[in-house]
Design a protein around this ligand. Structure first.
Ligand SMILES: Cc1ncc(COP(=O)(O)O)c(C=O)c1O
Length: 499
């Protein structure tokens, strides 16, 4: 079918859907319907995301998200260098059961808050491949050890492990306190550790226990959108505070309307990789003391550090107890484990324990017991050590490949820790367009602009994950990415000249 015709077909169907639905969901539903109805055949090429944006007057991210979803569900396949095609596996098939019910589905039942959460969706359905950021390698995980420990705990005392977990499994809390003492120079008692199902839940608990609806929370700009969304969903007003090369940089007048909560990632700021300087750390602690603000220190991946030792935690530096430390096993082990933890100032422990039990109850005792033993038997530190060298090699190859193919077009930020590298463009380029061009070649690029709350502060760049990408794939994918970037730079220059 002619590309213009496809655009027309999509436009007509899009208009029939409930406008309260998120645009990218509507677009996904329409395209899926058109494919299932057989109006587009297996092997047929879809309009480029650029054309669809232009014809339907849609944002680039909207179209990219819809295509991404179709890609992972198998309706589309990307072919190197030539765009997105209806999956060959669908050729020759007719009379798919069309889920017509979905077309026209309304979001009437949602609250204002629910709609706000849904309309700020930023997390990706794709969690694997070059160059998804922030994702660890899971292929090298010691599955047999994990399985042995799991089986052991399932067989023994199983009943006990099927209960609610309250604040967490004692031996795991002790193992974490001990580990943090060594790795992060933190002196804390196991009772101060509270185990939760992931960092988002941990942050949600902090927001609910420490803040009221409408309170202000400072967040880093650019910063981790997941944290921003959680804080907003808890009714807080997020205030973006820009970064400089020393980390979060609140101005004197920012302190005049102090926040209730300050969310920072001091060891390796996400996504820039900046380490919060000592001077800023002290300023932040002093400001929090003075104004009664709480600091959440998100120490999400300090284990992946390649060139220098980790700086000590903010928690360990605080003389007064205004810092809550947040850690996760998502990066160091695997994200599906859903185990994170807070280390709380002593005065908060009891209330947070109650809050956790009332709000979430807690579970996953078997996993917690397995993890405690995994740490106790030494597998945890061995795995960290092994993966650090795997990631270091990938980081080095990625940096070298990027430098040799795109050196002049980009500047690197940080890169001493973590699972991803952040590159800023050295000239004007629309990073969302680069991401959509890359996607049509099967590459995932997170545009830096997506990490900003204040659109006036936006810088364009690419956050590129290498953690889960083998060296050979880095070597083959970087030249493809370089071609996409070069073409986009050339196109931008041409349109600038034409203006
Ligand atoms: C800065 C930062 N903190 C926390 C998390 C999420 O951790 P969890 O899987 O424990 O929710 C992420 C995930 O990408 C992250 O980038």
């Amino acid at each position: 079918m002619d590309k213009e015709l496809i655009c027309e077909l999509v436009r007509n169907n899009l208009d029939r859907l409930d406008p309260a639905q998120l645009l990218h969901n509507r677009l996904y539903l329409v395209l899926r319907q058109v494919i299932l109805d057989g109006q587009l055949h297996g092997g047929e090429q879809l309009p480029s995301t650029r054309l669809l944006c232009k014809e339907l007057n849609l944002g680039r991210n909207t179209v990219v998200r819809a295509y991404e979803q179709l890609l992972i569900e198998g309706y589309l396949e990307g072919r190197t260098g030539s765009g997105s095609y209806v999956s060959e596996a669908l050729s020759g098939r007719k009379n798919f059961a069309s889920p017509k019910r979905l077309i026209g589905t309304r979001r009437e039942g949602l609250s204002r808050r629910g709609n706000q959460i849904a309309s700020h969706a930023t997390s990706s359905a794709i969690q694997r491949g070059a160059f998804i950021p922030g994702v660890p390698d899971t292929e090298q995980f010691p599955f047999s050890t994990w399985k042995r420990l799991y089986t052991k705990h399932l067989n023994r005392e199983s009943g006990r492990f099927l209960d609610y977990s309250g604040g967490g499994y004692g031996p795991l809390k002790s193992a974490i306190a001990e580990y943090l003492g060594v790795a992060r120079l933190m002196s804390c008692h196991p009772q101060q550790v509270l185990i939760l199902n992931g960092s988002h839940q941990a942050l949600d608990l902090c927001a609910r226990m420490l803040c009221d609806v409408g309170d202000r929370a400072w967040i880093e700009e650019p910063g981790y959108w997941g944290a921003r969304n959680v804080l907003r969903a808890s009714g807080l007003t997020t205030v973006p505070i820009p970064l400089d090369d020393k980390g979060i940089a609140p101005a004197a007048q920012d302190w005049e309307t102090p926040p209730r909560l300050i969310y920072v990632s001091p060891s390796s700021q996400y996504p820039t990789g900046t380490v919060l300087s000592l001077e800023r750390r002290l300023e932040l602690l002093e400001g929090a003391d003075r104004t009664g603000a709480w600091i959440i220190e998100d120490d999400y991946d300090n284990e992946q550090r390649y060139d220098n030792r980790a700086v000590a935690s903010l928690f360990g530096l605080a003389s007064r107890q205004r810092v809550i430390y947040q850690g996760t096993f998502s990066k160091v082990l695997f994200p599906g484990l859903r185990l994170a933890y807070l280390v709380l100032p002593e005065d908060l422990v009891e209330a947070f324990q109650i809050g956790n039990s009332e709000l979430y109850r807690g579970g996953r005792l078997i996993e917690q017991a397995v993890l405690a033993e995994f740490i106790a038997e030494g597998h945890f530190t061995a795995y960290i050590k092994k993966m650090r060298s795997v990631y270091r090699e990938r980081r080095d190859v990625m940096r070298a490949e990027m430098e040799s193919h795109l050196g002049g077009a980009l500047s690197l930020s940080g890169g001493h820790a973590g699972l991803q590298l952040l590159y800023c463009f050295t000239e004007e380029v629309d990073d969302a367009m680069v991401a959509s061009d890359a996607l049509s070649k099967g590459l995932i690029v997170r545009p830096l602009s997506m990490y900003y709350q204040d659109k006036d502060l936006v810088r364009n760049g690419m956050n590129l994950g290498y953690g889960g990408v083998p060296v050979e794939r880095i070597r083959s994918a970087v030249p493809m990415l370089a071609q996409v970037v070069e073409e986009r730079i050339q196109a931008t220059r041409r349109s600038r000249l034409a203006r």
